[in-house]
Design a protein around this ligand. Sequence first.
Ligand code: AMP
Length: 568
Amino acid sequence: MIAFARTCAAIAATASKLEKIALVGDYLRTLDDADVQAAARYFTGNPFPQAQERSLAVGGRTLIDAAVAMWGIDDAALAVAYRASGDLGAALGQFVRPSPDLGLFRETLTPSRLYALLVEIADAAGKSAQKRRRILCERIFSACTEPLEATYVIKIMTGELRIGLREGLVLDAVAGFARDPRAVRRAAAIAGDLGAVALAAKHDTLDQLAIAYHAPIAFMLASPIAYGSEYTELVSSAWLVEDKYDGIRIQAHVTPRRISLFSRTLNDVAASYPELVEALRALPGSCALDGEIVAIRDGRVLPFRFLQARLQRKDVAPDLLREVPVRLICFDALALDEEFLLDLPLAERRTRLAEVLAHADERTVAAAPWTALEERAAAETVHERFEASRERGNEGLVFKRTDSPYTPGRRGKSWLKLKRELATLDCVVVAVERGHGKRVGVLSDYTFAVRAGDDLAVIGKAYSGLTNVEIAEMTAWFEAHRLPPDEAHASYRRLALKRREILVEPSIVVEIAFDIIQRSELHASGFALRFPRIVRLRPDKRPQDADTVERVAEIYAEMLEREGMGDR
Ligand code: AMP
């Protein structure tokens, strides 16, 4: 793995995408069949083909314990090393100490040899699985000979390579040695395994890759457009318009033997939705569909917070099935039997989708209704449709070009989403924390509060959405304005904060955007924000100008009213 590690270090050291691609390509070209498969996957950050649903299941603790056992690292030195990089691979890797007694019998860690050991770790099961995993980690570590090698082996194991390499760049590198470079992206979407694609590209057999059902395809995403007085984005080409559902994005893979429901994070969440699995069984043959799960009762879409009760439930009690009925609203078809549809224009994909769904019980699995948008649609027309979508309990609109292919993993201009910010809140920063990864050295995570009488009540926490320069400046300011220990001591309790949070003078006002407000026991304000984001610093405002708990309650009430739900 030394060559792999050196390649990674070189990739990390250059900002040029072309150079990164060339480095990956040059390295992959040197490898034999088994190694090219494994190494191509390592570059994507996941050592296993997605279709296999394997996961390493080895936590940071196991890696640390194994490294400590192999290389005798002391805790204090490790803490310092971790603080310096914020990365377990870099922190542990530097302690590599090749054990001399192994001598000639040392294993050489090639990409395929490492792969075999990783498979053993992932497949360890039963009572002694944990012990077995740890022994295997030790075995991998004992085969590492230099810090750089160990660093990157551990990075593969933690799933965080962090060398500025997106899957797209690895694909470009593989395309470099394919006869038809265009076939590579398509093959990757079909096969769900970059290792298999790299090997097929090498042997010029890309067209023989089969559709890998139950290996998720990256989702196509929509770009936001602003709610306004004109929609210049929509003047050229033909568009369809449909509701933007506020639910859970799902890609359903249906084959006679199995049904998977992949979430945005590409995890299979089928166990949480038995009624959807049941309904999808009625579909003929095999298919991969894209859509959104919403909670729906008596034909009306329920707000997202109802759906929350269904998230991550493995055993769904009959009561819950009745209380929060769900529907999968499908808006795309990606594959039907052995036919891959991604390259067809959307209009055709929708026709095919309607044909498949004709077999489903539409109360549980239905096609998303859509209408064609007339050419040069006036803003009033758009706004009428927007309001109609809100009336139906949905979030806004999505516009899709009818001639567009499905581009996995891209936030392109073929899908546009229109929603309206509820409101923003001006909040006071009361505590800060170090970030992770690149932000381990700066105070980039803020806990903020609204006014509650003469006091402050915490309402949320967000990673900074500020620029690097702003974060650096704010870090210096916060360092200089920590609360003195006696004041801090009292404030921890009053604000119900954790000890690792650094309390600061409550002077900085930040503007926070969010998706919705929820009632919550978590924070002293009694509310929490869903998806809070720091929009900007408000140096023009003083803490006494910040928003109040009453204002939060008001926005919350307006939200319930608009949803027509009342406070249930
Ligand atoms: P946002 O979460 O605001 O970035 O919006 C993107 C999300 O909108 C996607 O990930 C989908 O989950 C969701 N979405 C809702 N309705 C649709 C639709 N009709 N077409 C595509 N995506 C949709």
